[in-house]
Design a protein around this ligand. Structure first.
Ligand code: CCH
Length: 306
């Protein structure tokens, strides 16, 4: 039997250069809310969120989104922007794999946006064809409820507390009608990592709204903000904040809700739990030897043939 291959993890000085290059590209004045950070976080999450613990398939190893089979999944619409932001870094530091770059970029972005330090380990390889890419349909659908969220995240091996902690990433970024069909941001400052998402879930009176495209989401308009803005010289239209049906499920479900309450009240606990669960997400499906190097076993080479 052939020996398993191992891939060395990049050295810390090599990584410092990549991390700096990621920090340098985050500021994008003409893109969304001025930062590439949120979409980079979503790229890492979707690259890892295909994991299935039962069959040990999917996960961030492989960077399958470079192939149409995964990259063309409607669930991944818009993530080509994140991959394009990172492409110059891949060109400059060709030793790093896409799978490592996509995951480390999110960790750097979260920290830079004011979030916690997240443990990250390298050594992922990139698939050289699309045989090992799992079938589509493993990522969550924002239009659904608590049962669906559990079905998706239990499959990866997460519990209810971890599901709620991970969902706190919706403090970042926004929905785009031309990507998911949903529209708007969850918090007023979507490029700053914080626990505001949990606070807003609890304090606001979320109302169901049907968008012009027929998609249903929940919205809230801060009346105080409108009054303040009317007096301001350069008053901008206050933007309606939004929640997905899956976000609202977190306050409706009796097992999810206490975690929302805890994280709304204690930012430090949220940061601690988020750091742990995001690190776990990025390691799903990755088997390491005693030295931390990834072991690509023979049986992991057998993939989906469809
Ligand atoms: Fe999410 N997310 N996400 N999400 N997400 C969207 C955007 C972001 C769901 C649906 C959506 C996580 C969990 C879930 C981010 C991080 C995470 C969008 C809008 C939808 C829809 C996409 C668009 O239109 O551009 C659902 C459903 C779930 C779980 O049930 C988890 C877990 C994470 C990370 C830990 C981030 C960040 C964004 C903003 C992306 C951007 O482009 O601004």
């Amino acid at each position: 039997m052939a020996q398993p291959q191992t891939n060395p993890t990049p050295s810390s000085s090599q990584l410092d250069h990549v991390a700096q290059a990621v920090r340098d590209l985050l500021h994008q004045p003409d893109y969304d809310d001025g930062s590439a950070g949120p979409v980079l976080v979503r790229l890492a999450w979707h690259s890892a969120g295909t994991y299935d613990a039962a069959s040990k398939t999917g996960g961030s190893n492989g960077a399958g989104m470079r192939y149409e089979k995964e990259g063309g999944d409607p669930a991944n619409a818009g993530l080509q922007h994140a991959r394009a932001f990172l492409e110059p870094i891949k060109k400059k530091f060709s030793w790093i794999t896409y799978a490592d770059l996509w995951t480390v970029a999110a960790v750097v972005a979260i920290k830079e946006m004011g979030g916690p330090e997240i443990r990250w380990r390298g050594g992922r390889t990139d698939f050289t064809d699309d045989n090992k890419i799992p079938p589509r349909g493993r990522l969550p659908d924002g239009a659904q409820g608590a049962d669906h969220i559990r079905h998706i995240f239990y499959r990866m091996g997460f519990n209810d507390q971890e599901i709620v902690a991970l969902s706190g990433a919706h403090n970042l970024g926004r929905c785009h009608s031309d990507r998911s069909g949903f529209e708007g941001k969850w918090v007023n400052n979507p490029t700053r990592f914080s626990n505001t998402y949990f606070k807003l879930l609890l304090v606001n009176d979320w109302k169901k709204k049907t968008l012009e495209n027929g998609v249903e989401q929940y919205v809230y308009v801060d009346e105080d903000m409108i009054e303040e803005d009317e007096d301001a010289e350069d008053a901008e239209e206050p933007e309606e904040l939004m929640m997905l049906p899956t976000d609202i499920a977190l306050i409706q479900d009796p097992s999810f809700r206490p975690w929302v309450e805890l994280y709304a009240e204690h930012k430090d606990i949220f940061f601690d739990h988020f750091a742990k669960v995001f690190a776990k997400l990025l390691e799903l499906g990755i088997k390491r030897d005693r030295n931390g190097n990834i072991v690509n076993e023979e049986n992991q080479q057998d993939g989906y043939k469809s």
